[in-house]
Design a protein around this ligand. Structure first.
Ligand SMILES: C[S@@+](CC[C@H](N)C(=O)[O-])C[C@H]1O[C@@H](n2cnc3c(N)ncnc32)[C@H](O)[C@@H]1O
Length: 217
C-alpha cells in the first residue's frame, strides 16, 4: 500500500512521476483558473530582452510563451521537467511555435545538467522542488550573482481561513507528493536568496515570492 502524500515527510519522485503521468493530458485545463497568478509571477520576474531564464519544473510549458515574449529571439529559455508525459507536451508547444531558443531537459532538477549561468529562474507551482535542497542547490549554482528568482504556488492559509484551506488541501493532494512545508514553501530558498519579498494571493492560499541570488561576500 503506497504512503499517502499527507504522511510523507519529503517529496517522493516515483509518486510525483505517477501523479503527472495521470494529469498530463488535462493539466492545461486544470490550471486555467490560476493563469492570473502565472502572469503575475512572470511579470514580477521581469526578464529582459536577451536574458537566459530557467523555467524550473516547466511541466507542459505553460509559462514558455510569456517568457519567450519577454526575452525575445536573442534570449534563451531552459525548461527542466522530470515527467516525460509533461515535457512531451512542452516539446510539442515549442515545435508548434517554432521557437529555436528554448531548450528542454527531461531530468529531475536535482541532477539536470544545466549549461552556463542564467539571469533569472521561475519556479511556478513547484512545491516538491522547493522542498528539495539538492534541487535548489543545482538551480542556484547555475544563476549569476544577483539573478532574480520568483517562486509561486500553494500554501496553507491561516487556520481561521477554513474555506481557503478547503481549496488548498485537495489541490495540494492532487499536485504535490508531500504536504510538508506548505506553511512557508519558500523557506529553503531563503538560504540562497536575499530579502525574499512574499506576496499572498487568493485569501492566503497562494503565494508569490521574489528575491535575488546572494552575491558572494
Ligand atoms: C504543478 S506542476 C507545474 C508545472 C509548471 N511549472 C506550470 O507552471 O504549469 C509541477 C511540475 O513539477 C515537476 N516536478 C516535480 N518534482 C520535480 C523534480 N524534482 N524535478 C523536475 N521536475 C519536477 C512535475 O513533474 C510537474 O510537471
Amino acid at each position: 500500500m503506497p504512503t499517502p502524500s499527507w504522511r510523507r515527510p519529503r517529496p517522493d519522485r516515483s509518486a510525483a512521476l505517477d501523479q503527472y503521468r495521470r494529469r498530463a493530458g488535462i493539466y492545461d485545463l486544470e490550471l486555467a483558473l490560476l493563469e492570473p497568478v502565472r502572469r503575475q509571477a512572470v511579470a514580477w520576474l521581469a526578464p529582459r530582452q536577451g536574458d537566459t531564464v530557467l523555467d524550473i519544473g516547466c511541466g507542459t510549458g505553460l509559462s514558455l510563451e510569456l517568457l519567450h515574449s519577454a526575452v525575445g529571439a536573442r534570449g534563451k529559455i531552459i525548461g527542466i521537467e522530470q515527467s516525460p508525459e509533461m515535457i512531451e507536451r512542452a516539446h510539442e508547444r515549442v515545435r508548434q511555435m517554432g521557437w529555436r531558443n528554448v531548450t528542454l531537459l527531461c531530468a529531475p532538477v536535482e541532477d539536470a545538467r544545466i549549461r552556463g549561468q542564467a539571469d533569472a529562474a521561475l519556479l511556478h507551482f513547484t512545491h516538491d522542488i522547493l522542498q528539495s535542497e539538492a534541487a535548489l542547490e543545482n538551480v542556484i549554482s547555475h544563476l549569476r550573482p544577483d539573478a532574480t528568482v520568483v517562486a509561486s504556488g500553494l500554501k496553507w492559509a491561516p487556520p481561521w481561513a477554513v474555506p481557503v484551506n478547503l481549496f488548498v488541501l485537495p489541490a495540494a493532494l492532487h499536485s504535490v507528493s508531500s504536504l510538508s512545508g506548505l506553511q512557508r514553501p519558500w523557506q529553503h530558498l531563503a538560504r540562497w536568496v536575499d530579502h525574499l519579498d512574499v506576496r499572498r494571493r487568493l485569501g492566503g492560499g497562494v503565494f508569490i515570492v521574489r528575491g535575488h541570488v546572494q552575491r558572494p561576500s
